[in-house]
Design a protein around this ligand. Structure first.
Ligand SMILES: *Cc1c(COP(=O)(O)O)cnc(C)c1O
Length: 388
């Protein structure tokens, strides 16, 4: 993957762009960190005389602009847009891309809230969808109809850590004249660059690795297609689920350490995977870094490292999986992921309860870890005592 990004000051490495794009020192005070413009409206110099284009904070706010410029630079897109949550970003994207009668191809493993939004909300407006195994580009091609407008992919997927070949799917999408959407939440732009691989739009829950500290809920869209960017920006303002100034500031701050955090998340996850793979009470470990993972080669090709998300199945079924989640002390039992602190959860009863009974149902003996950046020995010891 390319390691050079344009950040408005020339071409720099990812870490430099993460810290500097959108973070221009304040011209008046020299403050090196963008201010939190906690404001709704702006004085006009005569009717229509806007200073810097700002008129109302739903349409635009300087702190949000700083984040949006940063997001665009990190994903290598022309335009970034920041939202109040990942689902707000997805809603804006779906209602921009689709109209009644249109069709969408969605993955057979995805964030439960994404499936709920598509199957329970968007479907009521006359949009239908086909669930496909997105790790198989042929299956995706076979799911296309003459009404299909987009292919939606999550890679690595939540919670089964499935891998889809972004470049191959971009080829399928381009041949059919449909758009490819990639939810890049699990990888983050440090580990994976979907636009460079041919995707049309990147989706993020910035709540996760981008924010990185479990202190903010946010979402983002990034595209390199100017026409689509204009349509998305129009809908962002028309629908109004924008990121507030303080939330934008928190995500912008989190992103500065994204690269070092992701390196440690991946390194800690690899240690844990090694231990779990040998543990007698673990029946299966799901991690794209494992050579036996069916998506390993594709992941190795399109990701810098394999990330901090690990799922595993335990002997003893659902009861034992729930018991393991209850016994950890360093891993906190909770939903969400991507923060500096390690989290453990039971997807079947927690994050993915909304997909029960659907084609996206997850195994009941599955445990999901969001491996944090604590001391690796402490994490290993905690899991070992919890497994018993
Ligand atoms: C959390 C998550 C979302 C939804 O984002 P919110 O910020 O919770 O609205 C979407 N996709 C993935 C992969 C997620 O993990």
């Amino acid at each position: 993957m390319s390691d050079r990004h344009s950040d408005g000051h020339g071409t720099h490495g990812f870490e430099t762009v993460a810290i500097h794009a959108g973070n221009t020192p304040d011209p008046m005070t020299g403050a090196v960190v963008p201010a939190i413009y906690q404001v709704s409206t702006y004085k006009q110099d005569g009717v229509g005389g806007l200073r810097g284009g700002y008129e109302y904070s739903r349409s635009g706010n300087p702190t949000r602009t700083a984040l949006e410029e940063n997001l665009a630079a990190l994903e290598g897109g022309r335009r970034g847009l920041a939202f109040a949550s990942g689902l707000a970003a997805e809603d804006c994207l779906l209602r921009t891309l689709l109209a009644p009668g249109d069709h969408l191809v969605i993955p057979d493993d995805a964030y439960g809230g994404t499936f709920r939004l598509i199957s329970k909300v968007v479907a009521r407006w006359g949009v239908d969808y086909t669930v496909a195994d997105t790790s198989d580009p042929v299956a995706v091609r076979d799911a296309l109809t003459d009404r299909t407008k987009a292919i939606w992919v999550e890679t690595p997927s939540n919670p089964l850590l499935g891998i889809s070949d972004i470049a191959a799917l971009a080829g399928v999408a381009r041949a059919a004249g449909v758009r490819l959407v990639v939810d890049n939440t699990f990888a983050s732009p440090y580990l994976q660059q979907p636009l460079a691989l041919g995707a049309d739009v990147v989706v993020h829950s910035t709540t996760k690795y981008m924010g990185g500290h479990s202190d903010v809920v946010g979402g983002a869209l990034v595209t390199d297609d100017q026409e689509l960017a204009d349509e998305l920006a129009y809908h962002q303002n028309a629908m109004g689920a924008v990121a507030g100034p303080f939330d934008s500031w928190l995500v912008l701050r989190g992103i500065k350490t994204l690269a070092v955090r992701m390196d440690r998340h991946s390194a800690n996850a690899e240690r844990i995977v090694e231990m779990l793979s040998r543990h007698p009470k673990v029946t299966k470990v799901l991690y794209p870094g494992l050579a036996e993972h069916p998506g390993h080669e594709v992941a190795a090709k399109q990701m810098r490292s394999f990330g901090g998300m690990v799922s595993f199945q335990v002997a003893g079924g659902e009861q034992e999986a729930v018991a393991v989640c209850d016994r950890t002390k360093v891993f906190t039992l909770g939903e969400s992921l991507g923060g500096v602190e390690s989290l453990i959860e039971h997807p079947g009863r927690m994050t993915h309860a909304s997909v029960a009974g659907s084609q996206l149902e997850v195994p009941s003996d599955l445990v999901r870890l969001s491996v944090g950046i604590e001391n690796a020995e402490d994490l290993l010891a905690d899991l070992q005592q919890a497994l018993g």
